[in-house]
Design a binder for this molecule. Sequence first.
Ligand SMILES: [Fe+2]
Ligand SMILES: [Fe+2]
Length: 250
Amino acid sequence: MPVVTRGAPLDRLLRPVHRWVWRDVDRRLRKLLTFADVETDGGRDILRAAEVTPDPLLRRLYLEHAIDELRHGVLFRERGVALLRAQPARRAPFFSGNPLPGGHGLDDLRIEGQPDHRLLAFLHVAEKSAAGRFAIYRAMVDDDPETRAIFEQILRDEVFHMNYTYTQLARIAPQTYRRHVWYARAKRLWNRYLRVAGAVAGLLGGAMLTLMYFVLLPLFAWLAKRAERREPLGWNPVSPARTSSPKSQF
Ligand SMILES: [Fe+2]
Ligand SMILES: [Fe+2]
């Protein structure tokens, strides 16, 4: 399997956005701290996979994998905190969020009830994507040798994770491993589509409500004021038909 050093086509296309995100120190340290959480959570999940797998070889590999991910979490957290401490003064950046998906994609990982072949296929796809993305991030932090060295180190581990998951998948499902990988890819794409669709629906909903507030609300306010002007002021005489109405019941 070739070593991933270029990233997925979409990520290569989004290089200017990646560059914009990593250029700002505030956004950079937020990214690193987010990665720290994702890697640590992924490490915990893989530790759980090591507990539940019936395969002794996979248990050893999962354990090694989990230790790597937990170490990545520590590396990212320490670097993020170091950058935070080096900041001369806190300032609010123009945009401190993250317009792009995170590095690893292990946040979608589900362990309970998953057979090993499905888990390995998912991990292989996620690790391959992480390796490609970390290769891009490494190029984005040329001005920061310490962060670059962390990406360099983590990238080597991610390539190992990508390769061992594929080899083990081929071992435990020699007839169907390709199908499992395609299924994992399709599921990942579908989950990504759902996230994008949810974000777009949120944006459209917000835009529609804003539009209604500024276009429909003034119209109804104007109609209400016009109706109010037509109403006579003070006490109004009541018609005889309405005054006889209460007595008719008794
Ligand atoms: Fe990792
Ligand atoms: Fe990994």
